[in-house]
Write a protein that binds this ligand. Sequence first.
Ligand code: CA
Length: 226
Amino acid sequence: MTRLLIVEDEPALRRALVINLKARGYEVDDAGGGAAALRTAAATPPDLVVLDLGLPDIDGTEVITGLRGWTDVPIIVLSARDAQSQKVQALDVGADDYMTKPFGMDELTARIRAALRRAEATDLTSDPVVTTASFTLDLVAKRALRRGQEVRLTPTEWHLVELLVRHPGALVSSSQLLAEVWGPNYTTETNYLRVYFAQLRRKLEDTPSLPRHFITEPGVGYRFEP
Ligand code: CA
């Protein structure tokens, strides 16, 4: 059985989450604060954590750091609509995805299933060839084909593409991408990403203005949808 840990200080929302997720067949533990969350996670390790970032005792990002000290468990954070920088910070310290409150139960369970699937597919790098309806990428041979025609990607474009396609569906923050590709002093240069993703979409997407594979999460980062 899949065990979830729900961390939320608002009692009514916590109760609703627990009831709904149990009804969907999950085993559910819950905690109303960060300290209790860390204790519960250590006592009965969960398969996935849903974590509210605004907690009364310790900050949600510290809870993530605490968990990441010993576990790769998928973490989906919940945050208020106006807390963009908080989301980015949460992703940078190791959260896997985020949801903005208020959210629908169906969307949350879809995100939970996707995060669990990604966690199970441990060896995503074993197949170096990524195929979508629009293009094929051979990450080892560094060959890109769109509709059977070879497309040339620059080394920087390959680097960006690889960071995203190795974890399909996962949200990668802009600062992570910038730090990996350009270096730690460039984490705020989000205009670089806008330029490079516009280029990549022109080269690879069927309709560059309506991208289906390289998706922007405004103010947060990018994800690859296969
Ligand atoms: Ca809260």
